[in-house]
Design a protein around this ligand. Structure first.
Ligand code: IMP
Length: 176
């Protein structure tokens, strides 16, 4: 991966600051019930870990997995579930935590999937959002940062499994 040129676009300090703001909003708008925080693996793991530690609510942690990307940067357009929840969310408030909304297909697929389990509510948070890449309408309750339609890595996001560990977000300059 040494051949890839990365340009940092969101610094670690900016991420920390924004997460505190989002967590405050989520905490403020709570119904007072226990929240089931659902992280979408693998990409959300750093955002998830940092966000839930700033939310001052009683919480149950769970994860799900969905896949639409193969090993490269092009979406296949079809989303499938790779890991389902272990917790019952019937009658519960759910916070769905994603790394990035690109085409919107994964977020919409997961919202529909969660709805089949009859939760009391589903609130969504995505660390990143690429509005100009949307293929279908997709509403997100809490967005960390809106970015251009570039391929980015770091803070959980990967290119072929690499770069997830970076504490900042970088644009990949020479993808092809
Ligand atoms: P969507 O279904 O097109 O919105 O894509 C959602 C998934 O695609 C995300 O959860 C990411 O795993 C992956 N993805 C989309 N854009 C990027 C990117 O710029 N970098 C890394 N992964 C991405």
């Amino acid at each position: 991966m040494e051949h890839l040129k990365l340009s940092p676009i969101i610094a670690e300090e900016q991420i920390k600051k924004r997460i505190k703001e989002i967590a405050k909003d989520i905490t403020k708008s709570s119904s007072g019930k226990t929240l089931v925080a659902v992280g979408v693996l693998k990409g959300s793991f750093l955002f998830y870990a940092d966000l839930i530690r700033e939310i001052g609510l009683d919480m149950i942690c769970d994860f799900c997995g969905a896949s639409s990307y193969g090993d490269d940067s092009k979406s296949s357009g079809e989303v499938h579930l790779t890991l389902d929840l272990q917790t019952s969310i019937t009658g519960k408030d759910v916070l769905l935590i994603e790394d990035i909304v690109d085409t919107g297909l994964t977020m919409n697929f997961l919202k529909k999937h969660l709805a089949t389990k009859n939760p009391a509510s589903v609130t969504t948070a995505s660390f990143l959002f690429k509005p100009s890449a949307l293929k279908e309408e997709c509403s997100i309750d809490h967005v960390g940062f809106e970015i251009e339609n570039d391929f980015v890595v770091g803070y959980g996001l990967d290119y072929q499994g690499h770069f997830r560990q970076l504490p900042y977000v970088a644009r990949v300059e020479n993808m092809n």
